[in-house]
Design a protein around this ligand. Sequence first.
Ligand SMILES: N[C@@H](CCC(=O)N[C@@H](CS)C(=O)NCC(=O)O)C(=O)O
Length: 246
Amino acid sequence: MLVLHHAWRSSASRRVRLCLAEKGLEFESHLVDMMRMEHHSPEYLKINPNGVIPTLILDDGRSLYESGTICEYLDEAYADPPLRPADPYGRAVMRNWIRYADERIGNLIIFNWVHSLAKVASTWSDAELADKLKQIPSKERQEAWIRAARKPYTEEERATARGKLVAMLDKMEDTMRQTRWLAGDAYSIADIALVPFIKRIDEEIAPDEMTPARHPRVAAWWAAIQSRPAFATARIEGFQDELAKT
Ligand SMILES: N[C@@H](CCC(=O)N[C@@H](CS)C(=O)NCC(=O)O)C(=O)O
């Protein structure tokens, strides 16, 4: 059976759970406690050298990381129902959306960590922080933890990050003037890639931008996705509600 190392609130984990749910695939759930930095333990780094979640363990024991790659793998390995356009151009457009999500947007740290990880990290002594940083494999994430522990993101940084997310909504709106979904006329892993971000925008970051008056096509897209049975199966629930359970 597939095994998923994940967390309920993690955006990248949500993306993979949504893909698994669309495919009707069951998995064994291994929750990773990021507050305790379980994702930086030597055992976890063996299955995901980047020290982030999620990680999928295949039936034969091999591991796979990077949520975008995991979704593409699942779509190829489990063909039905397809989550990619049938034509090569559509698939190329789909990959550009995935790339856009990963390279330009895949950073909700500014909005999410402040609720949870920053609260824990800010209580560490300098010695504890130095110790924890040694376990974190990438410079970029070390920097993110230093920010969480010592230098909270400023209002200006939050405004810039919010602006990027609103620009993403504009880009989605423009695209859906031509096609029903982001990569053509069928729902695909391009749409799935953006779901966790839209969830956070709608819930907290910029709900005013999600109205039919501001982005009508995005609002309709979001309503259609939330009414898919897989959305409930994947448990993409309120970030604040999930937070309250911890
Ligand atoms: N590009 C990675 C990003 C994964 C990622 O950033 N995961 C977050 C949770 S959504 C994480 O593990 N953060 C903890 C950390 O960086 O220490 C993917 O898409 O899988």
